[in-house]
Design a protein around this ligand. Structure first.
Ligand SMILES: Nc1ncnc2c1ncn2[C@@H]1O[C@H](COP(=O)(O)OP(=O)(O)OP(=O)(O)O)[C@@H](O)[C@H]1O
Ligand SMILES: [Mg+2]
Length: 342
């Protein structure tokens, strides 16, 4: 396996007169290897878009090391540009052009053969709408056109920031199928998303970011395995006695109205044996497998508390302190836009 994207110790802060310095990325690391469909997960404002913009040379980092296909970026971006396609911000298309013409012009500009235009329109499901003006396109159709533009040069790596935004369930499923097809054809995909179920279904690897820091990374099942506490849902007629028996056997038991959640179970056969020996017959014994949503909420410290609206930058995890002694030179592109319209 070779590294397609490498990010190490990436740091980015934005400074404004009103709010001082805000650290968007705080020593962030990421590794994406060839052939992966890699999910990039994090709550709002955790630094996903900033990471991708920095990787693509759109934002200047304070410091950190980044490489695409082993070539340091942003220095070597022009050399590797033909090998990747990216959609990081919703691209603005000229509304008077048709989808076909938009792609054709991009193909000409990029030295891509004209027949690729029809191929990518077909691939993203816009074949029959390619001759309509972009301003008549829905949000989801524009999103597809954006993906088509990123696919024109037949990239080895596709970087998509929230590609499911604005898509209906069928559109999301099609986007998922498209990513799977691309992966099957050997394209490495990095996709950021909030839609955990989507990431779980299409990604084999995941990096989870919280407050500008990586909090978990690896194969999806390995990340999830860390959250497997050996818990089982158990239903029996006499819950009181079942609690006694299981607790006496050293298991942790939580009681819900019509079921027990038993933790620390190594072998479920032992559990049913323990209960059966006491004439407590098991009606249900179901493993509680961790899902990415629970892992995400736990790792990012964003599990909701009923009645308490969580603020965007809040997390129960320790966050960046903002008292880093390293001096940051503020350049024009570092200036924050916030407050500009007040
Ligand atoms: N140009 C900017 N000026 C000031 N602050 C910025 C700027 N760009 C990003 N930030 C801040 O950096 C942090 C990370 O933002 P970023 O857009 O990377 O988050 P994100 O993970 O992509 O969030 P979302 O899921 O909402 O898209 C946020 O606190 C954001 O306000
Ligand atoms: Mg974003």
């Amino acid at each position: 396996m070779s590294a397609v994207i490498e990010i190490a110790g990436l740091r980015k802060s934005f400074t404004s007169l009103r709010h001082g310095r805000r650290i968007a990325l705080d020593g962030f690391d990421m590794l994406v290897e060839a052939g992966q469909v890699h999910g990039f997960l994090g709550p709002n404002g955790s630094g996903k878009t900033t990471t991708l913009r920095t990787l693509l040379g759109l934002v200047r980092p304070d410091f950190g090391r980044m490489a695409l296909f082993g070539e340091p970026t942003p220095q070597r971006l022009p050399a590797v540009a033909p090998r990747f396609g990216a959609i990081v911000e919703s691209p603005q298309f000229f509304g008077n052009f048709t989808g076909w013409r938009t792609l054709y012009l991009l193909a000409v500009a990029g030295g891509v053969p004209r027949n690729r235009v029809d191929e990518v329109l077909e691939q993203v499901g816009l074949r029959d709408r390619g001759d309509e003006r972009v301003r008549t396109y829905s949000l989801g159709m524009r999103q597809r056109l954006a993906v088509a533009s990123a696919l024109l040069k037949g990239p080895e790596l596709l970087i998509l920031d929230e590609p499911a935004n604005g898509l209906d369930p069928a559109g999301i499923r099609e986007m998922r199928d498209l990513m799977r097809d691309l992966a099957a054809a050997g394209v490495t995909v990095l996709v950021s998303s909030h839609i955990l179920a989507e990431i779980e279904q299409i990604c084999d690897h995941v990096t989870i970011i919280s407050q500008g820091r990586r909090v978990a990374a690896g194969p999806v099942e390995e990340v999830l395995a860390g959250f497997d506490h050996g818990e089982f849902r158990v239903r029996v007629a006499d819950q009181d006695r079942a609690v006694e028996v299981l607790t006496a056997a050293g298991l942790t038991v939580s009681r819900l109205p019509d079921q027990l959640v038993v933790g620390g179970v190594e072998d479920p056969a032992r559990l049913s044996q323990l209960l059966g020996e006491q004439d407590l017959w098991v009606r249900e014994l179901t493993p509680l497998t961790p899902d990415l949503e629970s892992a995400f909420l736990e790792l990012t410290g964003t599990r909701p508390v009923p009645g308490v609206p969580r603020q965007v930058d809040e997390s129960t995890l320790p966050g960046p302190t903002g008292d880093d002694p390293l001096a940051v030179t503020v350049t024009a592109d570092d200036q924050t836009d916030e407050g500009a319209h007040r």
